[in-house]
Ligand binder design. Sequence first.
Ligand SMILES: CC(C)(COP(=O)(O)OP(=O)(O)OC[C@H]1O[C@@H](n2cnc3c(N)ncnc32)[C@H](O)[C@@H]1OP(=O)(O)O)[C@@H](O)C(=O)NCCC(=O)NCCS
Length: 184
Amino acid sequence: MFRLDLGPSASLRPLEIWHAEEFATHLDRAREHIRPWVGPAFVTDTVEGAAATITRYATSAAADGGRLYGIWVDDVLRGGVMFVSFSAAAGVCEIGCWLEPAAEGQGLVTPAVNALLDWALIERGLHRAEWRCRADNVRSAAVAQRVGMRFEATLRGAWLNGGVFHDKQVWAILREEHLALRAG
Ligand SMILES: CC(C)(COP(=O)(O)OP(=O)(O)OC[C@H]1O[C@@H](n2cnc3c(N)ncnc32)[C@H](O)[C@@H]1OP(=O)(O)O)[C@@H](O)C(=O)NCCC(=O)NCCS
């Protein structure tokens, strides 16, 4: 099975339909922590809801679109990263992430996002990878900055969540910028 080590006890693996119960259990630990920051469709509260999220990404992946990956620490699912969107034709993808509270502050997501950037921008040859977060999501913006993305814009009132229109930041990195960073 595909797995990429993120450290001594952490790994990145595809999050697939046979993980639905495990994903739902993880969401029980993560739900209120991620609710302000991620799309409502991702914040499910049943095994069926968790399975629907995985199925949505699997359908997208089958068309070379979005993809979903989990981060396991000591074989417990603690969060993940995803291609929110992925278009080889347009040369552009968007990357997202989430963690349950206990897994924050351990440097798990940054190497996982770098792995997705390597695959999208180097292996698949896409031109641009984007990151979109609520403008007050400091930890999310810090991830974008740590992987070398540049802050490009604030989209005013662009994201409706919890009945409020939130400002949204756009961060991005281009293929040549990522290659230069990887070359050191
Ligand atoms: C966004 C989110 C995934 C960021 O998590 P994170 O733990 O801050 O990010 P990383 O996993 O990359 O870890 C970096 C942190 O680990 C620390 N760290 C510890 N060991 C590290 C290591 N070996 N390498 C890098 N960082 C390390 C860093 O100092 C940093 O902590 P700090 O910001 O307190 O200084 C998390 O806050 C979250 O899930 N938020 C809610 C959901 C969300 O906002 N999703 C994004 C929607 S746009």
